[in-house]
Write a protein that binds this ligand. Structure first.
Ligand code: NIG
Length: 396
């Protein structure tokens, strides 16, 4: 460790590491050097370093990994939300409202919204974020949305197959997505996704999208089982997708398929609440042996929040997860949904020597407070890539 760059952080009342070695550690310390964690352990054994920061008996956890957002958009859907709260059901048809606004918006406006939401998430402890295209739906608009996303997000997903535009058929549009549109976005994206749902893309069309993405070397993910039972989970598992997202309506067969696979079930509780759907069956998934992630699904239609803490609180208070399970799902689970190896150098979602120094300190002595004090902004300090990006006056 080089003395001029290493910082030892002490006064950690509870350290969530998500590692087998330490699990959750009381009275801990951690050393940051450059953009990496270099040492983790009991405070009594902490090494010397150039700088020492005492966080005063607060809880530290890995930064949130938000593995599902749609932050590249323009426009507003407040009226649609208000109508829904007055009793109108959610339908994915509202996506086209945002498509119209996004196509009309200049790059500068899209970039400003993207950065605003990214910064809003960071201030709440989200240090790794995925975002998607999907509100352009022309070759040119999907390409510019992908290029803008690539400037800001840790991971970018091509979701040209978000919905079928007004002027075409699902089959013709699927051909466009799998051909010229994929060619146009490929340099900016690492993932491909498809909304496999009644009214969007059927299993055959969705399978074509995934196969085209795989042929281009992209990782696979699927939006599935959001608005009713369907083929999304089965399709994702059969294609070896990294994740299937939503999973609100699952049969026992779907749960069994996920449990026997490496596909992560990414649950989006803020979306389920904002669309007045049932909450996804998190407890049944975990009890069956499936692995889950929690994500915000930040978008202007079905889930306009960047708060991972809100998702964790819902998961604990209403989905029967323990705090430890929910925190794991919002950190390590999100990393797995993004295809990240938790043991790799520079890993996110875990805190151990060699992991990325993405640290989230709560203004509370334990992570239990995330559910015990729901709705309270508990983020106190955040390090991202080793930089102290949210800094309270006490440690300035
Ligand atoms: O994940 N399911 C499809 N896509 C988004 C909805 C976006 C919207 O309503 O604009 C989702 O919920």
């Amino acid at each position: 460790m080089t003395a001029d760059t290493a910082t030892v952080i002490t006064g950690i009342a509870e350290l969530t590491t998500n590692t087998d070695e330490w699990g959750t550690l009381g009275t801990a310390a951690l050393v940051v050097e450059g953009d990496r964690v270099r040492w983790v352990g009991p405070e009594s054994r902490a090494p010397q370093a150039d700088r020492r920061i005492d966080i005063g008996g607060r809880a530290m956890l890995p930064g949130w990994v938000d593995s599902h957002t749609h932050m590249v958009f323009a426009g507003d859907r407040t009226a649609e939300f208000g109508a829904r709260m007055a009793g109108r059901p959610y339908s994915a048809g509202g996506i086209l409202t945002t498509v119209d606004a996004t196509r009309s918006a200049p790059d500068s406006e899209l970039a400003a919204t993207l950065r605003r939401l990214r910064d809003e998430a960071l201030r709440q402890g989200t240090t790794c974020v995925e975002t998607k295209t999907g509100y352009g739906l022309t070759v040119a608009d999907e390409r510019r949305c992908a290029a803008l996303a690539a400037e800001v997000a840790d991971e970018v997903t091509f979701l040209g197959a978000h919905t079928v535009p007004r002027d075409t058929t699902a089959d013709d549009y699927t051909d466009l997505v799998c051909g010229p549109m994929l060619d146009a976005v490929a340099e900016y994206v690492g993932w491909i996704d498809v909304f496999c749902e009644t009214g969007a893309f059927d299993a055959e069309q969705s399978g074509r999208v995934l196969a085209a993405g795989r042929a281009r070397g992209l990782g696979l993910r699927v939006h599935g089982n959001q608005l009713g039972p369907g083929d999304g989970v089965r399709l994702a598992v059969d294609h070896g997708a990294a994740s299937v997202d939503h999973c609100t309506y699952l049969t026992d067969d779907d749960i069994g398929a996920l449990a026997g696979s490496s596909t992560i079930a990414t649950l989006l509780p803020a979306c389920d609440l904002s669309t007045r759907q049932p909450l996804a069956p998190a407890r049944r998934l975990l009890d069956a042996g499936a692995r889950i992630a929690l994500a915000t699904n930040a978008n202007p239609g079905s889930s306009y929040t960047t708060s991972m803490a809100f998702c964790v609180a819902i998961a604990v208070l209403r989905m029967k997860l323990s705090v430890a399970e929910a925190v794991w799902a919002a950190t390590a689970g999100g990393a797995l949904a993004l295809g990240r190896d938790l043991d790799a150098e520079g890993a996110v979602g875990v805190l151990r020597p060699g992991s990325r120094a993405d640290l989230h300190v709560l203004d509370a002595p334990s992570a239990v407070h995330l559910a015990y004090r729901p709705g309270v902004p508990l983020t106190w300090a955040v390090w991202r890539h080793g930089d102290l990006v949210v800094c309270p006056p006490e440690i300035r």
